[in-house]
Design a protein around this ligand. Structure first.
Ligand SMILES: Nc1ncnc2c1ncn2[C@@H]1O[C@H](COP(=O)(O)OP(=O)(O)OP(=O)(O)O)[C@@H](O)[C@H]1O
Ligand SMILES: [Mg+2]
Length: 380
């Protein structure tokens, strides 16, 4: 059982200037209190982030929450209304001073990564490179080897598959050794089966190149897979920030739980720091009496037991009290099965997932318990 958690990093003390302590290396990228507004509406609302070299931070959130706008301000193609951007501890942009986009040493990669169709693979990768011909050629070949495309060096983009073109785009963005890589849903145009492999390869290459990466995605699995840190955004704000494990296991609110998976919700009222439910009591430390609360848990944390002569399992401290439900619907989803129950106590539906195949018939009676250490209690 957990009390409402305090989101990581939200309460950080605000200060002016980059967050550098003496003798410490400043973060590669730091944005402070960025605000953007379109037609009077705030679309990025006081967003702050730090990203170290070699680290991937994912901006994760639903459509329209301000992810791309944040990225465009870092790139310098959009001006913030207020806030500052620092690279390696140096101010590159505030409301009066602004380093132009082409001098920010930033690599960009977007969903429609548009290679130049009239240039060969090698010339596409070399496009942003300066310097001697031999040096450029060496860098291009090194990168094409990294993305495993040397065999296409003199081919044109239309000879390549979507996944191969994506890797050329990655090589092109990395060629000038950017200090920061900004990636806006770069994998969303790819076939599902290709995507996992390309994500992993891309991640390995980004780590080797030691850039600070900001990756925008609306897919929780992608963020969990790629990120060192996730910044969960909603309506222009970062609502929670932290390592994927922390964001998943200590969510800031109900919507943060729901963003990563299906959820079940029980309603209750607090009395003496306890919330009474048909599944027994849940601890609600620090929550005043008479506060309405919701107890939120994921379907994989529901335990199922068979009915034994009208009885379920005995109560335990870790799983609480069992409540009786009747199978409404069960489906096999591949790696797991999803079973929906109509609960006896109030007729509500609760969902449980079970590994592998478990497809009981509708009408079957079962007993449900909930793992206490996987529940979240939020005041309403
Ligand atoms: N040039 C613009 N003019 C007016 N409104 C804009 C402009 N660009 C973005 N917006 C609005 O700002 C909000 C944030 O847009 P943004 O593109 O940053 O969202 P997003 O999180 O990247 O969404 P998606 O996942 O759909 O790409 C949206 O409501 C969008 O309609
Ligand atoms: Mg976007």
């Amino acid at each position: 059982m957990l009390s409402p958690p305090k989101p990581d990093g939200i309460d950080r003390e605000r200060q002016r200037g980059p967050s550098v302590t003496e003798n410490a290396t400043p973060p590669r990228l730091e944005i402070r209190n960025l605000i953007a507004r379109y037609e009077g509406r705030v679309v990025v609302d006081d967003v702050s982030l730090t990203v170290r070299a070699g680290q991937v931070t994912c901006l994760l959130g639903p459509s329209g929450c301000g992810k791309s706008t944040t990225l465009r301000m870092i790139a310098g193609v959009e001006m913030q209304e207020s806030g500052e951007i620092y690279v390696d501890g140096k101010l590159i942009c505030d409301t009066v001073f602004r380093v132009p986009p082409e001098r920010r040493e930033i690599g960009l990669m977007f969903q429609d990564f548009a290679l130049f169709p009239h240039l060969s693979v090698a010339d596409n990768v070399a496009f942003g490179l300066k310097g001697h011909r031999d040096e450029k050629r060496a860098r291009v070949e090194a990168l094409l080897r990294k993305v495993d495309l040397m065999r296409f060096v003199d081919d044109y983009p239309h000879h390549l598959s979507g996944g191969e073109q994506q890797r050329v785009a990655l090589a092109r963005a990395l060629a000038p050794r950017p200090r920061i890589m900004l990636m806006d849903e770069p994998f969303s145009g790819l076939d599902n089966r290709l995507r996992d492999g390309i994500r992993d390869e891309t991640l390995a290459i980004l780590k080797e190149e030691d850039a600070a990466v900001v990756l925008v995605t609306h897919e929780p699995e992608e963020a969990m897979r790629m990120a060192d840190e996730i910044a969960l955004m909603r309506r222009g704000k970062v609502v929670q920030q932290g390592a994927p494990y922390n964001v998943f296991t200590r969510p800031a609110d109900k919507a943060a739980v729901a963003f990563f998976s299906d959820i079940n919700v029980l309603s209750s009222k607090v009395n003496g720091a306890l919330a009474e439910t048909p599944f027994g009591q849940f601890l609600a430390p620090g929550v005043p009496d008479n506060t309405d609360v919701e107890i939120v848990f994921r379907p994989q944390h529901v335990r199922l037991d068979f009915d034994r002569n009208g009885k379920g399992p005995l109560p335990t401290p870790t799983d609480g009290v069992a409540a009786r439900g009747v199978v409404e619907r069960a489906r096999f989803l591949g790696n797991e099965s999803l079973v929906e129950f109509r609960m006896d106590h109030d007729g509500s539906i609760l969902r449980a997932t079970v590994p592998n195949v478990f497809v009981p018939s509708p009408g079957r009676v079962m007993w449900l318990t909930i793992r206490r250490d996987r529940c979240f209690v939020f005041p309403v």
